[in-house]
Each structure stands twice: as C-alpha cells, then as structure tokens.
Design a protein around this ligand. Sequence first.
Ligand code: PGA
Length: 253
Amino acid sequence: MRTPLAIANWKMNKNSQEARSFIDEFLPRVTSLTGVDVVVCPPFTCLHVFKERLAQTGVGLGGQNCFWEEQGAYTGEISAPMLIDAGCQYVILGHSERRHIMGETNEIVNRKLAIVLKNGLIPVLCVGETLQERENHRAREVVKEQLNEGLKSISVSPGRLIVAYEPVWAIGTGVNASSEDAQEMIGFIRTQLARLYDDEMAKTTRILYGGSVKAGNVVEIMAEEDIDGALIGGASLDPVAFAEIARLVANGK
Ligand code: PGA
C-alpha cells in the first residue's frame, strides 16, 4: 500500500516571517487529514521555523538539495547530516532547475543519492524530459537514462526512495502534462524500477507527478493508477491552496 504524498517545493521563495505566517494558516487545515503524507521543502534559511513548529504535527520537512560529501571545504554547500540536524527527513535531488540552471549531471545526482541514503534521508529523485526531447520522441529514453545513471550502484530498501516525474515543459508554465501522459511515463518508471531492482521495489516506491499541479487538476492526476501524489511548486506557496491540494491527494485514492 503506497500512502499518497503531497510535497511542497518552495524553491527560492519566502523569508522566515513569511514561513511563520504560512504555518499559522496551513497547520490547522492539515493536522486532521488522514490518508496522506504532507511534506514541505522550504529554503534552507526557513528550516528552523518549520523544525520548531512541525514537531508532533505529522507534517514532514525536506531540503531542496544537498551536497555529496558530509563535511569539508565546500563553500556554500549544505550536507545531509546538516539537513538532518535542521529537522529534515526528506531531500529533493536532481530537480530540473538544478539540472538545467546549475548544470547538475546524472553522475552528480548519483553521488548525492548515495550520501543521502547513507545518512537516512529519503530522497525525492526528480526526472523528466524537456519539450524538445518530448517533441523528438526521446522522453522515455531521457527518463530511462536519468534513472539508470542516477540510481547506478545505489542499493535502497523499499519505501526509502521517492521518484518525481516532472516534465520540464510543465514546470512553472501553467501547462500540466495530461493525466494520461503522466500515467504513461510513471507506469514506465515503475517498470524501470522493477528492472533495476525487483517487483517489490516497483510496487512499493511512491512516484509523484510534478509540473503546474493545482487544486483544479490534481483530482484527475490522482485518479491514475500509478500516480501516488504530487510535487507542487507555485501552488504550494499559498497555505490555503496547498492544504486543499493535500486534501484532494488524500481523497484521490
Ligand atoms: P510548479 O513546480 O508546480 O510551479 O510547476 C513544480 C516543481 O518544480 O517541483
């Protein structure tokens, strides 16, 4: 049984005062929700606000990135043990903005996955093709390569990995993938997990869709067999909108 999951990715938005206001509005709306795991990934500078306020609420906390070494001379980087110290249980890795703006390769994502798992964090591995790759009918090939190389030599127990399929052309554009297209790719990702690991891994791994998810389209997306939840950017900045999405994700299965 895969518990539905709604993850907020705030990206580089909100200061600590704004995070406090968000929590005041958001928590009362989600604390009584059942049948869904809710996780917020704010900027590093807001993690302390969530750490204080999320304890005992059941809402999880995640980082948006981390470095592939545990400590040392890596100016500006944050390590997996630091994320744990800051209250995180999860971390987003290989988000398309990091791949395309910061130049992260599959090899880098692979090194990050290894250190994150070693430290007991649950990685949210993001994969997805660009518009050009989709138009050139290379979407599956690209996602397959991201999984093959990202997960190369990574041993992981069932339940300790989350995958998010986020087609790059759907992120922040207001144009979401159709639920059929999302299901098709997410079903494909599940078959790849069976190939790379085993059937149990394929059956138990939660695979999310991300890219312009909002209350108006999440019900249709959640109705698809292989889609276990959503990774939400823009709409997660609004506490009322994100709480509503979390409620719909819970009801969607
Ligand atoms: P979006 O972002 O919901 O604003 O499209 C999703 C993401 O980048 O994770």
